[in-house]
Design a protein around this ligand. Structure first.
Ligand SMILES: Nc1ncnc2c1ncn2[C@@H]1O[C@H](COP(=O)(O)OP(=O)(O)OP(=O)(O)O)[C@@H](O)[C@H]1O
Ligand SMILES: [Mg+2]
Length: 275
């Protein structure tokens, strides 16, 4: 299903036209924070189009504006100037409750620090977005259980966050992002607090979600290796997009995991089987 949604105004560095519709678009987005009377320009005129079904990495050094951009396109924050459209609808002037409804319906978030409620079971954490959406209790419980089973945590439904490993906590957070069946998942440094193996498992899950269900995925990272799991990389520096390219040698996280299994099997009987 080819169509002609091109990226107007981009030069040779662009990654080419969308093969599907543009689902997320930022146009001329700036963000200025004011702190003790001093202005901090976090974003300086960002134009970005995200195509339906693509896996995109936003990469840049600390302080370059990645999280600010993700919060703005994810409708958690508003731009100082410029517009954000979702499925072609300008959300810039929507009322807060309308904005929250669009966000809840369309977008799932995964954060570096998991953002789970402490002293609250995995199931109740995953149910939370459904509470906001007004879904009845029995259906919430069923959908939360299914989402946790999907991320391999069917045996941990009633564990509290502090009774789970970091990788498992991040999987609870992913289940929470998926339970509303969003078409877009925004993940801010989803592997930043994980050991390398758990990080690869998270990337494998995101790649699978993208490949098999066509969920649009935007990962924010400062790590070029993490970015290479995406199809396209947008580099940001000092609040501006400085590069936008297709990944030629994309990493398949499943293959990385298989290689790790092989290496630990080869290293003798103690290898492998962590739990
Ligand atoms: N609430 C705020 N008030 C004032 N300045 C802010 C605020 N949030 C972010 N900034 C500033 O905006 C700039 C961009 O911050 P942002 O969090 O988007 O960076 P980042 O690329 O996500 O960095 P990191 O990789 O460290 O997470 C930074 O200079 C930061 O200090
Ligand atoms: Mg950040």
């Amino acid at each position: 299903m080819e169509n002609d949604t091109t990226r107007p105004g981009e030069d040779g560095a662009s990654a080419g036209p969308c093969r599907a519709d543009v689902v997320l678009e930022a146009k001329g987005v700036t963000k200025t924070y004011e702190l003790d009377g001093v202005e901090v320009r976090a974003l300086c005129g960002v134009d970005l189009q995200v195509c339906g079904g693509e896996m995109l990495a936003i990469m840049g050094p600390s302080g370059s504006g990645k999280s600010t951009l993700m919060h703005i396109v994810g409708l958690l924050d508003r731009p100082t100037e410029g517009t954000v459209t979702i499925d072609g609808v300008d959300v810039s002037r929507m009322e807060p409750n309308e904005l929250a409804a669009v966000r809840n319906k369309r977008i799932g978030f995964v954060f570096q620090s998991f953002n789970l409620l402490a002293r609250t079971t995995a199931t109740a954490n995953v149910e939370l977005p459904l509470v906001y959406a007004g879904v009845p209790a029995a259906e919430r419980a069923r959908r939360a259980r299914e989402a946790l089973e999907r991320v391999g945590l069917g045996e941990r439904l009633l564990h509290m966050p502090n009774q789970l490993s970091g990788g498992q906590q991040q999987r609870v957070a992913i289940a929470r992002a998926l339970v509303t069946e969003p078409s877009i998942v925004l993940a801010d440094e989803p592997t930043g607090n994980l050991d390398s193996r758990s990080g690869i498992e998270v990337m494998a899950f995101l790649q699978q979600l993208n490949r098999e269900e066509g969920v649009t995925i935007v990962i924010v990272t400062h790590d070029a290796n993490v970015a290479r799991h995406a199809q396209r990389v947008v580099e940001i520096k000092d609040g501006r997009i400085v590069n936008d390219f297709r990944v030629e040698d994309r990493i398949d996280a499943e293959a990385e995991l298989a290689a790790l299994e092989g290496a630990s099997a080869a290293s003798g009987p103690q290898g492998g089987e962590g739990r």
